[in-house]
Design a protein around this ligand. Structure first.
Ligand code: GLV
Ligand code: MN
Ligand code: MN
Length: 416
């Protein structure tokens, strides 16, 4: 090789890993590599402040919108950006890569391009969107939903979290209710890098997934009111027991998903009993149900089956049952041009990509409403996520970030 040879454009992996590590130290869960930064908590604020400081260090234009989404854009050239991004909030028992990777890889892509001196026709931008997880404030993907105009700002600010605080109050409290408008200006295109959070890439021994779609999501909160009474004296025939109803819902959802078969999934992730004491028949229970399917008609079948089961329980157990929707998003297909570009870019890097749907919800599914969008997946060890044990090998992080880099550079240079 002679000394005029130009090194191929590539991200700086140690810098990416250092940033992932530094962000994961905020809200870290002792004894694990994971972290807990529920949306708009003090730890989320600390994480935001750190990422914003990195954005400013790169000399990017940083805007914060009225629902707390943060976007950092190259100062030039002008025009709608080629955008990437994800989220930095986590579930309470989260890993260090879910969402955080997409944001920090985006920052790394921009730093790589800025230091390389290459000229682009469109600017690059990286965003982190508020409350992607939806664990504290349902629905999930809240910030990106508001960003694209799918939910009004006013409605979003009034959403009450699991601890009674509202989105608006918490944004004010942590200083992230910004001046930027919602909905925001449409990007030229959006591409998100994310860990798969499931076992498919690992099982198929592939390093890159070219994500074709995101399955539909239906979240329901079910509230059951029975009769609280003494556990020792109340004959079994006279009980109106919300705990039994809650248990039946969990078993029903599990069996329903098995009966319907792949790709239907169903989860009861949250059960609260009141008063939650060993010797008291509970007076009320609250249960959440998460149903997902890549096929909208099948998802509706699952929802109808759940509703019929609740009717049955109401009469069998003589309890009151009410339910409300916490989130409902139809399946989303990504732009075939972006899916093809991701695939071609991976092949250019010597990696044969796997076309695949996403089981998890992502901000890219909201951006897909306003601009050509797509996603890049990399493997999750043992398919574990939403768990502090979540892990992805550094070589896979590097490969994913380089596919993101070259996909964004293509979009910002040649376009679609
Ligand atoms: C969001 O992460 C979801 O898929 O639940
Ligand atoms: Mn995520
Ligand atoms: Mn998540």
């Amino acid at each position: 090789m002679n000394d005029t040879a130009i090194a191929p454009l590539a991200i700086h992996t140690p810098r990416l890993l250092d940033r992932i590590d530094a962000l994961a130290r905020i809200g870290s869960i002792p004894g694990t590599a994971g972290c807990s930064r529920l949306a708009l908590t003090d730890d989320d604020k600390a994480g935001r402040d750190l990422v914003v400081s990195w954005m400013r260090d790169l000399g990017l234009d940083v805007t914060i919108d009225a629902v707390g989404n943060v976007t950092a854009t190259m100062k030039d050239p002008a025009g709608p950006p080629v955008m990437t991004g994800s989220h930095i909030d986590t579930v309470a028992t989260g890993g260090r890569y879910d969402g955080n990777l997409g944001v920090l890889a985006g920052l790394e892509v921009i730093e790589t391009v800025l230091t390389s001196g290459i000229a682009l026709r469109r600017p690059l931008a990286v965003s982190f969107f508020t409350d992607e997880e939806g664990s504290r404030f349902p629905p999930d993907m809240l910030g990106s939903l508001v960003y694209v105009g799918g939910l009004s700002l006013e409605e979003a600010l009034e959403i009450e979290g699991i601890d009674g605080a509202t989105v608006g109050e918490e944004l004010e409290r942590i200083g992230y209710r910004g001046p930027g408008s919602c909905p925001a200006a449409e990007p030229y295109a959006f591409v998100e890098l994310h860990i798969e959070q499931g076992p498919v890439l690992e099982t198929e021994q592939r390093q890159i997934g070219a994500v074709t779609s995101v399955q539909g999501i239906s979240w329901t909160e079910v509230h059951i009111v029975g009769q609280s009474n003494h556990a020792g004296t109340t004959p079994m025939t006279l009980r109106k027991d919300p705990a039994v109803v809650a248990g039946s819902i969990a078993v029903f959802v599990h069996e329903l998903a098995h009966r319907m078969g792949h790709p239907q999934v169903g989860t009861v992730g949250k059960v609260n009993l009141h008063p939650d004491l060993v010797n008291v028949v509970p007076g009320s229970a609250t249960v959440t149900v998460d149903l997902r399917n890549t096929d909208e008609a099948r998802l509706q079948e699952a929802e109808s089956a759940l509703a019929a089961h609740l009717d049955q329980l109401r009469s069998d157990h003589d309890v009151e049952i009410t339910s409300r929707s916490l989130a409902r998003f139809e399946p989303v297909e990504f732009d075939p041009r972006i899916v093809e570009l991701v695939s071609a870019t991976a092949r250019d890097q010597g990696i044969e990509p796997l076309p695949m749907p996403s089981g998890a919800g992502h901000d890219a599914q909201m951006l897909a409403r306003v601009c050509p969008s797509g996603m890049i997946f990399i493997p999750s060890v043992d398919g574990i996520s939403h768990n502090p044990a979540e892990h992805t090998d550094p070589a896979d992080l590097e490969a994913g970030a380089n596919v993101l880099l070259h996909t964004m550079v293509s979009l910002a240079g040649e376009g679609l």
